[in-house]
Write a protein that binds this ligand. Structure first.
Ligand SMILES: Cc1cc2nc3c(=O)[nH]c(=O)nc-3n(C[C@H](O)[C@H](O)[C@H](O)COP(=O)(O)OP(=O)(O)OC[C@H]3O[C@@H](n4cnc5c(N)ncnc54)[C@H](O)[C@@H]3O)c2cc1C
Length: 458
């Protein structure tokens, strides 16, 4: 029995584990990756890519200090261990080194991160179309430059970051395309000033794209990807109200795309936590109180698995949840209470900044007018838009019926990639809002596991 079990060793989980361990609690930290750090600290010490210096990919000092704190405080770190299930009594089923183990914690902190959201477009499954986060990971973790002539599609901070990383590593960015131009308001600018340091970082990305004379296109969408075996180019179409559409072909070998991040809510769902609709970013996320405890007592959710708000937010949330756990266990000296209120104050400031970023970020939503019937929606099971439209035309009214009819969301990823698109199509077909279609509680096991390993459990 641990005082605290933390699932996920990204910024949120690391910060929770460090803070809890430093308060004297018995902690276990579980992550399915071989190295701790999550998406943000996915550095493998890459120094050069294609002969160029890649300064931003040096291994972060935070990882080194975390590793020494975790070892000094006796934290049990399980890497390459996948949590397959959590029950409401905080028992975790974990696949680890060819067997299935069960761990129980007095408190569980879920810090499982988010995944990329990519809204389908014709040709999006062609090799050479990748997410902005995936591009970052290839460069940071493997030292691989994924393409040499690149178009970046999307208007959010991760797209800008990926564009500048690709530039620094020697790629040519042919264009950065957004579906619409953001409307900048004075009020949003004021809120951005809550964190001038992060705001300036964002500005340097934009400045760098300007210095390299990267074309910034707005009101453009990808209407086709050229190439079967791999990307050879894209057709972009400008859709601007009042103007006739104009078409342009870009010769590229890589399409980097991102329509935001989707919180990984599956663990919280399995634990029985209440899930609610977050209207500003149009995602489902676990409901929490001011200490980030979910509706299931002693189960906390922090970082991107609640709302994707960047590494700094994850670091703060992990520390707040762990400090709250320590205080609720009576480990509450004056210093710790002061620290908790300081962390919460910093977090509130960051939320104001974040609300402005969300407001200024161009949110793409599924619009079937821009899709062709042969556009693949569920890439695991190869289900096209036409197949889904056929089923919806036959009076299919809910997700289960649609799954049975077409096999959408039933492949290896269990709907993690296509569920949001499928629910949006379903909502449109039955004339409801997307928030009225809650994703179902996922089935056990949450991630693929070898049958032999699973059988050893019984
Ligand atoms: C693909 C991708 C790349 C990104 N790259 C960057 C970037 O380069 N720069 C940047 O500023 N932001 C990046 N982001 C945004 C990033 O999500 C946040 O900035 C930050 O990493 C969030 O921290 P976190 O701890 O909340 O989640 P994460 O960093 O995502 O950490 C979650 C961890 O939990 C683990 N996990 C999840 N489920 C389980 C399970 N069932 N069992 C065991 N372990 C599990 C994951 O493997 C991961 O290590 C990226 C996001 C994505 C999706």
């Amino acid at each position: 029995m641990y005082n605290v079990i933390v699932v996920g060793a990204g910024p949120a989980g690391l910060s929770a584990a460090r803070t809890a361990a430093e308060a004297g609690l018995k902690v276990a930290l579980i992550d399915d990756q071989p190295r701790i750090g999550g998406q943000y600290f996915r550095h493998a010490g890459v120094k050069r890519i294609g002969g160029l210096l890649a300064p931003q990919f040096r291994r972060a000092r935070y990882i080194d200090t975390s590793l020494s704190t975790l070892s000094r405080c006796g934290v049990k770190v399980l890497s390459e261990a996948t949590v397959l299930d959590i029950s409401a009594d905080r028992t975790l089923t974990v696949a680890f080194r060819g067997s299935i183990a069960q761990l129980q914690g007095e408190n569980v902190v879920i810090a499982a991160g988010a995944r990329e959201r990519i809204i389908p477009f014709p040709g999006w499954t062609t090799p050479g179309v990748i997410g902005a986060g995936a591009a970052q990971n290839l460069m940071k973790a493997s030292g691989v430059l994924p393409g040499s002539r690149v178009v970046v599609v999307g208007a959010n901070p991760l797209c800008l970051l990926a564009a500048t990383s690709l530039l620094r590593c020697g790629a040519k960015i042919v264009a950065v395309c957004a579906p619409r131009r953001p409307r900048v308001t004075f009020n949003a600018l004021l809120r951005l000033m809550r964190r001038p340091d992060i705001f300036l970082r964002g500005m340097t990305y934009l400045l760098m794209l300007r210095l390299y004379r990267v074309r910034m296109l707005s009101d453009y969408r990808v209407t086709d990807v050229i190439g079967d075996e791999k990307v050879a180019g894209v057709i972009m179409r400008r859709f601007r109200e009042g103007l006739p559409p104009s078409e342009e072909r870009l010769e590229v070998d890589l399409v980097v795309v991102n329509d935001g991040l989707l919180p990984n809510i599956e663990l919280a769902s399995r634990a029985g936590c209440e899930i609610e609709w977050e209207p500003s970013t149009s995602v489902w996320s676990p409901k929490r109180n001011a200490d980030f405890e979910t509706t299931v007592p002693c189960v906390y959710a922090v970082g991107d698995c609640v709302t994707a708000s960047g590494a700094e937010n994850s670091l703060l949330e992990g520390a707040i949840a762990a400090t709250s756990i320590a205080t609720s266990r009576g480990i509450a000296d004056r210093g710790r209470l002061r620290q908790l209120s300081r962390l919460k104050w910093q977090w509130r400031r960051l939320q104001e900044f974040r609300s402005a970023v969300v407001e200024l970020t161009v949110k793409e939503s599924l619009d079937v007018r821009y899709l062709t019937d042969d556009t693949i929606v569920c890439r695991c099971e190869d289900v096209s838009l036409a197949t889904i439209k056929d089923a919806l035309g036959q009076d299919v009214q809910d997700l289960n019926a649609l799954k049975a009819e077409t096999r959408v969301c039933m492949g290896r990823c269990q709907g993690r990639t296509c569920m949001h698109t499928v629910l949006a199509l379903l909502a449109t077909a039955v004339g409801k809002e997307p928030d009225q279609f809650m994703p179902p509680v996922p089935r056990l096991p949450l991630r693929p596991v070898r049958v032999g390993d699973w059988l050893k459990k019984f």
